[in-house]
Unconditional design. Structure first.
Length: 412
């Protein structure tokens, strides 16, 4: 009964997305990208004879989380082909040409027939689900075919349905996995309360990824020249709600400070509105020339350079935590600086850890931001050291995942 209800909910979601596709570009991409999935897989895998490792990521963030494991798997098992799937267009459209995978597709909706056809055609030798991805029909089909299934960088909280008295059906999702590698001890303990024991505390592979990114950082001459010898605040993935807190603060702050702002999404009208409200002279990255002597704010109107911009900062404000979710704070933390963000950070373990350690500072309004920033402006060294050391001490999750992979592959 419950599997049928689950599948019905998937079909209703699919129908809703089809309707939304008429009006919303992102929904349209999700629908169009899946329209001929069976034909695409048949065509692209027609001549493949190599074993396949299937990695599934919900979106771009989970892809970045899984990337170190994909790259380690490629290096350790070069005879395998890597097949990567995404649920969301925000992952697929950005990484559909990712060179580290041999095949990249949208994940077809989780109906019994889709799962059956997909698993039969792909016939993976091993399957990986990154962080939060739990799809009943795919997991059941993989298990029925005795294909090893791993989840890594997973994190669990008491309020999730798996741990509710009425969550029995959803607990079955977790029993399909051959092994679950989690980020923290709380997740281990929670899983044990429901009888899930094939669990390893491995940590979060994002730490390994941000270390890779930091080691491969690119010099951005314009940002370096803009900063010169002035303390710099880098604002990453800014939303309107973040700017409503930041703009009044920047208008009141009376000490030397340069600011680089990278919006979460590039909208010209929004950028121009922010420029009109910010103090001093602002310059857009695309319009800047060679002199930045009089500019106090540089607004990034392209994508792809934020992780390298953090290297120039003494302080970082990370957006998203006045809404549904905080953006990546580890990319900034690895460059050793105090971090600021909004109040909705409780679901992000790294944010909780850094707040507790004294390297990150949640703020609910401009007054709170101003108070803590003025204090740290005079001496950010302690918070800076804590943030950098936190990233360094937490690397190594990828090697722990690969230890389990080696055990599974050998048994297979």
């Amino acid at each position: 009964m419950l599997p049928a209800l689950y599948t019905t909910s998937i079909r209703l979601y699919q129908a809703t997305l089809l309707l939304a596709a008429r009006f919303h570009p992102k929904a349209r991409l999700a629908v169009e990208g899946r329209r001929k999935w069976l034909e695409q897989i048949n065509t692209k895998l027609a001549d493949n004879t190599a074993p396949i490792a299937w990695f599934h990521a919900a979106s771009l963030g989970e892809f970045e989380q899984g990337r170190p494991v994909m790259e380690a798997f490629r290096q350790q098992y070069p005879t395998y082909k890597i097949l990567l799937t995404f649920f969301s267009p925000s992952g697929y459209e950005v990484r559909k040409n990712y060179a580290g995978a041999d095949f990249v597709f949208y994940l077809p909706f989780d109906t019994p027939e889709n799962a059956r056809h997909f698993v039969r055609l792909v016939n993976p030798a091993i399957a990986f689900f990154i962080k939060y991805e739990f799809w009943y029909n795919y997991l059941r089909e993989l298990k029925a075919r005795q294909i090893p299934i791993l989840s890594f960088s997973a994190i669990f909280r008491p309020d999730q349905i798996f741990f509710k008295p009425y969550g029995g059906f959803y607990r079955n999702f977790l029993r399909f996995f051959d092994h679950i590698l989690v980020q923290n001890q709380e997740s281990v303990d929670l899983l044990q309360t429901i009888g899930i024991t094939r669990v390893t505390l491995a940590g979060d592979t994002r730490f390994d990824r941000v270390k890779q990114v930091a080691d491969a950082k690119k010099d951005i001459p314009m940002a370096r020249l803009f900063k010169a010898d002035t303390p710099l605040l880098v604002v990453g993935s800014a939303w309107q709600a973040d700017m409503e807190v930041l703009i009044p603060f920047l208008n009141r702050f009376d000490k030397p400070l340069k600011v680089i702002i990278a919006p979460h999404e590039i909208h010209d009208d929004e950028i121009e509105r922010w420029r009109s409200q910010l103090p001093g002279q602002t310059v857009r990255f695309s319009e800047a020339q060679t002199s930045y002597d009089s500019a106090t704010t540089l607004i990034i109107d392209n994508v792809g350079m934020l992780s390298s911009l953090y290297q120039y900062g003494e302080f970082a404000y990370i957006g998203g935590a006045f809404g549904k979710g905080l953006h990546n704070i580890l990319e900034a933390a690895t460059f050793r600086m105090p971090l600021f963000f909004g109040p909705n950070y409780g679901k992000f373990q790294e944010a909780v850890d850094l707040v507790k350690a004294g390297a990150a500072f949640p703020v609910a309004n401009t007054a709170e931001l101003e108070a803590v920033f003025r204090r740290l402006y005079e001496d950010p060294s302690a918070a800076s050291a804590i943030s950098g050391d936190y990233v360094t001490l937490n690397t190594g999750a990828t090697s722990k995942v690969m230890e389990i992979v080696a055990r599974v592959v050998t048994q297979g």
